[in-house]
Design a protein around this ligand. Structure first.
Ligand SMILES: [Zn+2]
Length: 401
């Protein structure tokens, strides 16, 4: 593996090559004529950009398939990102595990591995070396160039320097994660840190259930806690890394104490732990079969389990009402456990939200489930690839070949 540096002085500022590469990553294979039309660039500028991208082994150009309709002149060649081009290392840090994989420019995810953390050892001194191991293992599994690492982290994250301000389920305060990881045994590639829920929302907006929406609210839950994301016209709302702490909206004033210090937070009433409690089941939400059994029992007609699911979904509606009234998204995308909860209670959630939110009613807000299997990893790769997509020539020339 060869390392690639970050853009330095002398950037060529929003290059045509970067725009072509970004378009091909977002849209997949296109004819050269479509690239030219889509970007509104001169054909000669697109030709130069494609020449550069081909020389950098980022893009390949192939003749149109036989039988392609032939208009006036020659049919346009098809251009696409190379499936064997560079990769980004995408890492997701959760309360109980580290998941890492490689993502190509074609958005294909490979070599995904999970490392379950010992629940009693979430201190940075234990977790950061585990993260570094996960990154190193991912990098060693490929011969392809690696352009960067992005660690998606739950909680409040200052993305400019990768400082984790507060991660409630890890018990972290002011951990300089990017700096600490960057200083570990030589990865040789830039390390960034992003907020998990925002990165997952970005991926769904660009490639999944958010495509075509002007604005989109996501709520996601995996085992513990609830994260929120909001994208408006392609731009995530971040609030400096503190916005959309949707799991800590109060839905039961004076209710259960949340580790964040408040009482009655949404995630205490609508995440997997809450459903287990409502259904009177023991077990840990990390064991997916426990949750699957609850949904199966309800589908088989078990009244007590159905009631527990309705209760949990009702709390989700209460939280959604506040968020929708504040943000007025065109579309709501529910992910992970919340997607399962929604599938089991679609009418209750839809009708409940329409009844309690005039904004949802007037705006005819659409509620759907997420489309992507590894949305957070894909979102992390978006961040890791960003410098290359802006300035491919500069980034590739800055590092050893
Ligand atoms: Zn809370």
């Amino acid at each position: 593996m060869a390392a690639i540096g970050v853009p330095g002085a002398g950037d060529d500022g929003g290059s045509a090559a970067g725009r072509v590469l970004t378009l091909l990553r977002r849209r997949g294979p296109l004819t050269r004529a479509a690239v030219t039309a889509e970007l509104g660039l001169a054909a000669s500028a697109v030709g130069t950009a494609l020449g550069d991208l081909t020389a950098l082994d980022l893009v390949r150009v192939s003749e149109p398939p036989r039988g392609a309709p032939i208009g006036r002149g020659r049919p346009s060649p098809v251009v696409e990102v190379r499936p064997d081009g560079p990769v980004a290392v995408a890492v997701q840090l959760s309360a109980d595990r580290v998941t890492a994989g490689l993502v190509g420019l074609d958005r294909r995810i490979s070599h995904v591995r999970e490392h379950v953390l010992d629940g009693t050892a979430t201190d940075p001194a234990t977790v950061i070396p585990a993260l570094a191991d996960a990154v190193e293992n991912a990098v060693l599994r490929t011969e392809r160039r690696c352009v960067g690492v992005c660690v998606a982290t739950p909680g409040f994250v200052r993305e400019s320097d990768g400082l984790v301000r507060y991660a409630v389920h890890l018990g972290w305060n002011d951990v300089p994660l990017a700096q600490r990881l960057g200083g570990m045994p030589p990865l040789g590639v830039p390390v960034t840190v992003g907020r998990s829920a925002t990165l997952a929302a970005l991926a769904e907006f660009r490639y999944g259930a958010g495509r075509g929406a002007a604005s989109m609210l996501t709520l996601s839950s995996e085992r513990v806690g609830i994260g929120g994301g909001f994208i408006d016209a392609g731009v995530p709302l971040t609030g400096g890394g503190h916005a959309l702490e949707a799991g800590h909206i109060i839905v039961e004033p004076g209710g259960l104490r949340c580790p964040c210090g408040a009482r009655g937070c949404l995630e205490m009433y609508a995440d997997p732990r809450a459903l287990l409690r409502a259904a009177g089941r023991s077990g840990h939400p990390g064991h997916d079969d426990t949750l699957t059994k609850i949904f199966d029992d309800a589908a088989a007609g078990d009244r007590a389990t159905q009631e527990a699911i309705r209760l949990t979904a009702g709390h989700l509606v209460t939280g959604l009402t506040s968020l929708v009234n504040t943000l007025a998204p065109e579309r709501v995308v529910l992910m992970g456990f919340l997607a399962d909860l929604f599938r089991a209670t679609q009418d209750l959630v839809r009708d409940g939200l329409m009844a309690s939110s005039a904004v949802a009613r007037v705006g005819q807000i659409d509620i759907v489930t997420g489309d992507l299997h590894h949305a957070t990893l894909l979102g992390a790769a978006e961040r890791a690839f960003a410098p290359l997509l802006r300035q491919p020539r500069t980034v590739l020339r800055a590092g050893p070949s």
